[in-house]
Design a protein around this ligand. Structure first.
Ligand code: ADP
Ligand code: MG
Length: 626
């Protein structure tokens, strides 16, 4: 997800032929399309001059489909057939029904394939089909404005979108007859729109407050590559909640107690208009006729910007808490950031701008329209991907999509080259042997973010032979990973005291499809906690085994230094540790190991006394240096 991988050099088209390419921001609340003309980004309006297309699809009895403002207007009368916020359903299954289904007016059925379908007057429709309707309108708009056939589109998705959600977005594009040049993360698109990719290195925060969602992304531009250092946010927080807060205020002020669904919808729409007006004005006057939602009398009220800010301050605070978490996840302070970019219609609210500026300690970038910045970035990328730029202008952002590492004792992965590292790159680390007299070491190269080898992808295996016999932990084996500019990975292992070498070239270096990458990343995030537990168990077991092997070896050699009771005590401690190591309680294993360690101290001391200066415990492969 963190990757912005751009075309290979030399793939561009004939220089004179300008290919029509568009960028589409397929949003939860609004969607829009932009393109590059004569080197400048341009958003494309509809016949009425409107740039933002409400992401609303209404199915009519006669088979027609309304998309956009008309559909939104009809939502109140026809909630069952008017799909709002379908983006929330994209690529989701039963989980989304549990999360959203109950609150929504739709009649939803879950198909065998796990996809929720909306039962509409026109038949059952999937979220992908509904999204395709939105894309179709934007495609048509672009074709009419540009007067030709489109070479392709870049469509943006949230940075946290998983593989299925991305695939669903691609499917929708295909249904709409669009050629997808690339899916691009929304925050990356915003950063590109502001030209941050052309600046020096820097860390940027992208604060995106839309209609129903809040996303914060921390991106790092490093040697021409955007890495996503952290994402966070709240999928159920946005401008709609500002509307709810205002609607609640109106109800309380006008004495509306039990509004029906229709009144609720109308209140929402009014609230939204009031909110948007308050971004420009200091106060807005409201009137309500008696009887509306049971209001006892005609009502006139005034909402000032101050009062509005008090209503929504807790919501804005909530976004800042998410920002604080994202910074913490990235291991950063606000002062580490170079730029803060505002995205999404709700960042027009003056309170939001103010508070974000205070939080990050700098004025955020706002000179591009926050509704348009994502589409503009997508258009910039589409133009490049369609081959309209000379090669020199290409962003060559090639990184290692998933970490490369080595299997260590107990099936654990030691990461050598972390994901997002730009190529070419060379990294080395030193390992050592696990057992006394070990003369060969088997090296297993893996890729993935998970802690256990079994959950990563195996790339290659090879063996280093001819290590001179030494006590465990004495050998120095330097393993070097090298990825060249073409993405070829080679791994060498060398015992440094003797120079014994082994080498393997892995071809291609990763060869993972985008989908694989996303799946593996998603799994690593989902499993992070379980992995840590598995890792500590494996480590506890490895440590336990190392300890009992060493103790047994010492007993076999110098057991005569102990009396029968002392030998029995030590043997019991070994047996206990072996039993506990077979179970899955890492804390119990560690405690038992400590007892054995303690019990073994006596023997160690006697051996020392006896002048046997042999290390009681050796180092092992999991213990790393260098
Ligand atoms: P999404 O990315 O979810 O599609 P948008 O970025 O289009 O959402 O943002 C839509 C939200 O922005 C709506 O809640 C809308 O009311 C709000 N919004 C648009 N213009 C303004 C404005 N001038 N002041 C306050 N909020 C606004
Ligand atoms: Mg958006």
């Amino acid at each position: 997800m963190a990757l912005l991988q751009i075309v290979e050099p030399g793939q561009s088209q004939a220089p004179h032929q300008h290919r029509l390419a568009i960028g589409i921001d397929l949003g939860t609340t609004h969607s829009l399309v932009a393109t590059m003309q004569s080197g400048l980004p341009r958003v494309l309006p509809d016949h009425d001059g409107q740039v933002l297309l409400p992401s609303v699809v209404r199915y009519l009895a006669d088979g027609h489909v309304e998309v956009g403002e008309r559909a939104r207007q009809g939502a109140a009368q026809d909630p069952l057939n008017t799909l709002i916020s379908v983006k929330r359903f994209m690529g989701r299954g039963l989980d989304v029904l549990h999360q959203l289904g109950a609150q929504l007016p739709y009649d939803i059925t879950l198909h065998d394939n796990g996809v929720p379908y909306f039962r509409t007057i026109a038949g059952e429709r999937s979220p992908v089909e509904a999204s395709a309707e939105i894309l179709r309108v934007l495609k048509l708009r672009a074709e009419e404005a540009l007067g030709g056939e489109l070479a392709g589109a870049v469509i943006t998705v949230p940075a946290y979108f998983d593989e299925t959600q991305r695939q669903a977005t691609k499917d929708a594009a295909r249904l709409a007859g669009l050629q997808v040049l690339r899916l691009l993360n929304e925050p990356t698109a915003a950063a590109v729109a502001y030209g941050l990719d052309r600046q020096a290195e820097g860390i940027h925060a992208i604060y995106d407050l839309g209609g129903g969602t809040f996303d914060i992304s921390i991106l790092r531009l490093h040697q021409g590559v955007f890495e996503v250092l952290a994402t966070g946010g709240n999928a159920a927080l946005g401008g709609d909640d500002f509307d709810h807060a205002i609607a609640g205020w109106i109800m309380a002020s006008a004495g509306i107690v039990n509004p029906d669904a229709d009144v609720q919808r109308r209140l929402q729409m009014t609230a939204r208009k009031v909110k948007e007006a308050l971004s420009q004005r200091e106060s807005v006057e409201l009137k309500l006729a008696a009887g509306t939602g049971g209001a006892p009398a005609d009502w006139t009220g005034v909402l000032t910007r101050d009062a509005f800010e008090q209503l929504v301050a807790p919501l804005v605070d909530e976004t800042l808490r998410a920002c604080r978490r994202a910074l913490r996840d990235a291991g950063l302070k606000a002062a580490d950031l170079a730029e803060v970019v505002l995205v999404g219609g709700s960042t027009r609210v003056p309170l939001v701008r103010r508070r974000v500026g205070e939080f990050f300690g700098r004025p955020p970038l706002t000179h591009l329209d926050p509704d348009q910045v994502v589409a503009i970035g997508a258009a910039v990328q589409a133009d490049i991907l369609a081959g309209n730029k000379p090669d020199s202008d290409l962003l060559l952002l090639d990184v290692i999509p998933l970490s490369l590492g080595l299997e260590t004792y107990g099936g654990l992965v030691e990461k050598i080259v972390p994901r997002n590292t730009p190529i070419p790159v060379a990294r080395a680390q030193e390992f050592t042997t696990f057992k006394d007299g070990q003369t060969a070491m088997s090296l297993h190269v893996v890729q993935g973010e998970r802690e256990l080898v079994a959950d990563c992808r195996s790339l290659a295996r090879f063996t280093l032979r001819g290590i001179p016999p030494m006590v465990a932990g004495a050998a120095r084996i330097r393993v070097a990973f090298q990825v060249d500019a073409d993405g070829l990975l080679s791994v060498t292992a060398e015992e440094t005291s003797t120079g014994v070498r082994a080498e393997i070239v892995v071809k291609p270096s990763w060869g993972l499809a985008d989908e694989d990458i996303l799946r593996l990343l998603r799994e690593s995030q989902q499993h992070a906690v379980a992995d840590m537990q598995a890792r500590s168990l494996t480590e506890a077991r490895a440590e336990a085994e190392r300890l009992w092997l060493a103790t047994e070896a010492a007993l076999a050699e110098d057991g005569r230094l102990l009396d029968a009771h002392e030998v029995a005590a030590l043997t019991r401690a070994i047996a206990e540790l072996k039993t506990l190591a077979a179970a899955a309680d890492s804390a119990a294993i560690t405690q038992s190991a400590e007892r054995l360690n303690h019990a073994g101290e006596l023997l160690a001391a006697r051996r020392m006394d006896a002048g046997i200066r042999q290390a009681f415990a050796g180092k092992n492969l999991t213990e790393l240096e260098g």
